[in-house]
Ligand binder design. Structure first.
Ligand code: C2O
Ligand code: CU
Ligand code: CU
Length: 494
């Protein structure tokens, strides 16, 4: 099978080479399993101003503490004109409230489950103890409440998110609206002078009656298809800015399965951060940046100096399966609209952002092999099934073992016909290299990730270390794959 070209020359390709690949691959089919024309969809309200997401308020007067409450409950919102969409929301907000934390804080969040099924809150990317991590091992039953308590260590500053992680219903709960951003700030942020804009990208798919449509057989195979992309809960919002302004954008991919190949018309982007926070140095000159499901990036953009101009912030077509199941196209996310004011002066970025060291040499190896099976051909509705090391998730089984502090190289080998964003709980890791056929490409610069894209037919090698004992999940972050068992348990010994 032909796969993609993944190292081109020049700075413009570095971010793409880090996260995956820039060029579209695979064949975008039209959903051969779905049969018949697509169902009519309710039209979402478009073109409203980009909202600033409200923050969850801290009820503690002690600044070293963050104390708050969340409730996960059914709610209704007018997403399409004239219909009330039934959603499941944190504190009634879509997306849920932004949690803003500071390094060194102790966090205590009380969560009330007002849904009719189990839920959890998983603090995606944060180094929280295993029993506070909202893993499927620790459900909050319907009607119950629990508190999550953890510390935010120094060096954690970055962009994270929180979402449910209940056994086999994560995709359903996120599709209904349960997901939200979380930002950790440090006291010595080298980019503190820039306006800080959170762009939380999620997807919604409504039926003709304006209700969230159920999972289809194609969704179950390649992840949720045909979602309309939203930014901060809105369809094609308008971001109004003074021309020439330099801004820091934190972009979160909270979709189940939509890879975001980000580009801003007429602009080049400077990548400054990834899942676990800032890079060691800005990476300017990116024409596009690929953000796999669950990943985050921090981008610095100097908006055009042209007054009264409009630019589309887009997610370019990026096919992730070569089986003809997924539908892939260029999508618009948001419009940047410059005002009539005179252009703002440029802002110089520091040449270095922070020391982002090598954790040290790996002293052990692990291998994750991704395989697919189960396409019963004459069966009409044969379902694909994806495995890690030949197995699907069993909460009572331990799949891999490690020790606190041990630095390991993990080879993640994708033998399937689609790309999988692989996520490990409890830590941030670094990509070392990718391999496609005989071609090995080193990561272009070090970066902290908690999710790495592993394209079909390729492999990725990461350096990873766990800092707390207990059981950790690792899984594909296409939520339908996770729910179907493309997940394993890592037991971390003291
Ligand atoms: Cu964002 Cu195990 O998840
Ligand atoms: Cu996670
Ligand atoms: Cu997957």
């Amino acid at each position: 099978m032909k796969r993609r070209q993944f190292l081109a020359a020049g700075a413009a390709s570095t971010a793409s080479a880090l996260f995956g690949c820039g060029g579209g691959g695979g064949s975008g089919g039209s959903g051969m399993m779905s049969g018949g024309p697509p169902a009519p969809r309710a039209a979402l309200i478009e073109g409203q101003p980009l909202p600033t997401l409200p923050s969850l308020s801290n009820t503690s007067v002690d600044p070293s503490q963050f104390v708050a409450s969340l409730s996960a409950a059914p709610a209704q919102l007018e997403l399409a004109t004239g219909s009330r969409t039934g959603l499941w929301l944190y504190n009634g907000a879509f997306p849920g409230p932004l949690i803003e934390l500071r390094e060194g804080q102790r966090v205590s969040v009380r969560v009330e489950n007002r849904l009719s099924i189990d839920t959890t809150v998983h603090w995606h990317g944060l180094p929280v103890p295993p029993d506070q991590d909202g893993s499927p091992m620790e459900p909050i039953p319907a009607g119950d409440t629990r508190a999550y308590t953890y510390d935010i260590p120094a060096g954690t500053a970055g962009t994270y998110w929180y979402h449910p992680h209940a056994h086999q219903t994560t995709a359903l709960q996120v599709a209904r609206g349960l997901a939200a951003p979380l930002i950790v700030r440090s006291s010595d942020d080298p980019l503190a002078m820039l306006p800080d804009v959170t762009l939380f990208v999620s997807g919604v798919r409504l039926d003709a009656a304006g209700q969230v449509s159920p999972m289809s057989p194609v969704d179950a195979m390649v992840g949720r298809q045909g979602e309309t992309l939203l930014v901060n809960g809105k369809r094609l919002p308008v971001h109004n800015v003074r021309p020439g302004t330099t801004q820091r954008w934190r972009v979160l991919n909270a979709t189940s399965a939509h890879y975001l190949r980000l580009s801003l018309e007429g602009h080049s982007l400077t990548l400054v951060g990834t899942d676990g926070g800032l890079l060691s140095a800005p990476q300017p000159g990116q024409s596009e940046i690929l953000v796999a499901p669950a990943q985050r990036v921090e981008i610095v953009v100097r908006i055009s100096g042209t007054p009264n101009a409009r630019f589309r912030f887009r997610a370019l077509r990026h096919a992730t399966d070569s089986m003809g199941f997924g539908v892939y196209a260029d999508e618009d996310l948001m419009t940047v609209q410059t005002s009539a004011e005179s252009p703002a002066a440029p802002v110089a970025l520091p040449a270095t952002l922070r020391a982002l060291g090598d954790p040290g040499p790996a002293t052990a190896h692990q291998r994750l092999q991704l395989d697919q099976g189960g396409m019963g051909m004459g069966a009409g509705m044969g379902m694909l099934n994806f495995t890690i090391n030949g197995r699907t998730f069993d909460p009572t089984r331990v799949d891999l073992t490690t020790q606190v502090g041990r630095i390991e190289a993990w080879d993640i080998v994708n033998n399937t016909m689609m790309d999988h964003p692989i996520h490990i709980h409890g830590t941030q890791f670094q990509l070392l290299r990718r391999q496609s056929g005989a071609t090995v490409t080193a990561a272009p610069f070090p970066a902290w990730l908690d999710t790495v894209d592993v394209p079909a037919g390729e492999s990725a090698t990461i350096k990873v270390r766990q800092t707390m004992p207990g059981k950790r999940m690792f899984h594909c972050h296409i939520l339908e794959h996770e729910d179907a068992g493309m997940m394993g348990v890592l037991d971390v010994a003291v």
